[in-house]
Each structure stands twice: as structure tokens, then as C-alpha cells.
Design a protein around this ligand. Structure first.
Ligand SMILES: Nc1ncnc2c1ncn2[C@@H]1O[C@H](COP(=O)(O)OP(=O)(O)O)[C@@H](O)[C@H]1O
Ligand SMILES: [Mg+2]
Length: 266
């Protein structure tokens, strides 16, 4: 009897089911095709960044993955039930205290305790009873992350969540998101127009252009040690966006945030 060994390709069958699976996904508004026959898989726990020019369809894709958008019945769209979204604006209800915003719509008991635990995790344990309008921009986004986290998502969707924050706050948010991701291991899709942000955070970067994924890059280098490793990738991704790469110091700041903060504080 012949002894068979698994072929390299067969190892793929041992991989876990993707948490997101789109096949031939299209979306049009009137006569305008925004997403054009798109295929996308996201593995459990994978951190994916989606970049693209303004109007390229990033938010449309994210809304589809959030289940916020209708789509034609015939299309293959598999997304997990446990998912959460954070937008550029925190969307906290101003008439509810921070912890109530985080606990909003939660089922099961111990809502206050669960909201409190999530807020502590994002460093807002001291603002539980604050009114949303008294929070800084960074704190409001922390609260929005807590509201997402408390739902224990298998898929965390972030649509330019840090675009309105100043550079230093953004770097702190990168550290926070990475540490939350390392603790809870949801799959993450972050939409950003910032190539450096994509490189600092993701395992894989997708470039969306005219409704199609026109490029995909995997990043193997460890986070925090990416400056040298990604210089070429940065140029490649900026090239896909039609921008010529400049030698920026922002990537260095991302790679060595603490040194960066000190330098910036001087
Ligand atoms: N609800 C809508 N109705 C009509 N057009 C829309 C709607 N949502 C988005 N669009 C159009 O689809 C295109 C892609 O939008 P969007 O996904 O928001 O892009 P991005 O997030 O990449 O900037 C844009 O041209 C936008 O005007
Ligand atoms: Mg958008």
C-alpha cells in the first residue's frame, strides 16, 4: 500500500475558516460601480489595512463587512455575527455618560462592570461617569474602541479611526490598538489613507483603486522594527496611490514611538 505524504498545497486545508469571505462582490450606486467583482478573505486574528484614494470605495467595502449595507442576494458575503465598527468620529451619544455609551445595547447582566472593564483597558477608568463632550478627541476614540471591544468582536472594523487626531495621539492609539489586538485577537480591517499607519499596524496591506484590489503586500517584519524593512514597501504602496515616496521621518517615529515622543517633546 502506498504511503502518501501531504503535498505542500494540502496544508492549506488545515487552515482555519476565514472570518471574512467575499467572492465577486460588486456594489454600484446608480450607474456608478464602486466595488467591482472583489474577492477578499480575512483569516481569524489577521490584521489587514486597506488603503486607497478618497472615493476609491473603502468605506463602501467596510460598510458591507459591517453588515450596514444591503447587497444583492446572489453575492457571496460571509461575515461573522460578532463584529464591531469604529469610525473617524466616535459617535458617542452626548446625553449618556461614557460608561452608558459603552454599555449601550449590551445584553446579559453586569453591563456596568463590563463597560467599566473595557474602559479601564483603553485607559479611561477615570472617565467612566464623564459626559462625552468633555472628552478630548483621543479619549473619545478610546471610548469608541471600548464600545467595540466590550462586544468581543471576531471582526473589528476601523474606518480612518485616527485621522482626526494629532500625530502624537495617533501614535499612542497605534500602541493601544496593537495591545488590544494582541490581547483579544480579533481579525482587524483598518481603513486608512496613511501608508505609514498601514505599515506600522498591519500584517497585510491592500490597495483599493476604482473598485478593485490592485495590490496586496504582506509585512513579515516585526512591528516596531519595520523602519528599514519597509522602506521599499512604502515606496511601492505610495506608487500604487500615485504618490512619489519621500524619505519621511514619520515611519521612524512609528517604529520608535517613545524616542519619537521624547524628540517631539523637546
Ligand atoms: N450612499 C451612497 N449613494 C451614492 N453614492 C455613494 C454612496 N456612498 C458612497 N458613494 C460613492 O461611492 C464612491 C466611494 O465612496 P466611499 O466608499 O465612501 O469612498 P472612500 O471611503 O474610499 O473615500 C464615491 O464616489 C461616493 O461618492
Ligand atoms: Mg471613507
Amino acid at each position: 500500500m502506498a504511503v502518501t505524504f501531504p503535498l505542500p498545497g494540502e496544508a492549506a486545508s488545515a487552515r482555519p475558516e476565514p472570518v471574512v469571505r467575499l467572492r465577486g462582490f460588486s456594489r454600484a450606486f446608480g450607474a456608478t460601480k464602486v466595488l467591482d467583482s472583489l474577492d477578499l478573505d480575512i483569516a481569524p486574528g489577521e490584521f489587514v489595512a486597506l488603503i486607497g484614494r478618497s472615493g476609491s470605495g473603502k468605506t463602501t467595502l467596510l460598510r458591507t463587512l459591517a453588515g450596514l449595507d444591503s447587497h444583492d442576494g446572489g453575492q457571496e458575503v460571509a461575515i461573522p455575527a460578532a463584529r464591531a465598527v469604529v469610525f473617524q468620529d466616535s459617535r458617542l451619544l452626548p446625553w449618556k455618560r461614557v460608561w452608558k455609551n459603552v454599555g449601550l445595547g449590551l445584553t446579559g447582566g453586569e453591563v456596568r462592570a463590563r463597560a467599566e472593564a473595557a474602559l479601564r483597558e483603553v485607559g479611561l477608568g477615570h472617565r467612566l461617569d464623564a459626559w462625552p463632550l468633555t472628552l478630548s478627541g483621543g479619549e473619545a476614540q478610546r471610548a469608541a474602541l471600548a464600545r467595540a471591544l466590550v462586544r468581543e468582536p471576531k471582526l473589528l472594523l476601523l474606518d480612518e479611526p485616527f485621522a482626526a487626531l494629532d500625530a502624537l495621539t495617533r501614535l499612542r492609539m497605534h500602541e493601544l490598538v496593537l495591545s488590544l489586538w494582541q490581547t483579544h485577537r480579533p481579525a482587524v480591517l483598518i481603513v486608512t489613507h496613511d501608508v505609514d499607519e498601514a505599515i506600522a499596524l498591519a500584517d497585510r496591506v491592500l490597495v483599493l483603486d476604482r473598485g478593485r484590489i490592485v495590490a496586496e503586500e504582506r509585512i513579515e517584519a516585526a512591528r516596531g522594527q519595520r523602519t528599514a524593512a519597509v522602506r521599499r514597501l512604502r515606496a511601492v504602496l505610495l506608487g500604487h496611490l500615485g504618490v512619489e515616496a519621500a524619505e519621511g521621518s514619520y515611519a521612524d517615529l512609528v517604529a520608535h514611538p517613545r524616542a519619537g515622543w521624547l524628540a517631539a517633546a523637546e
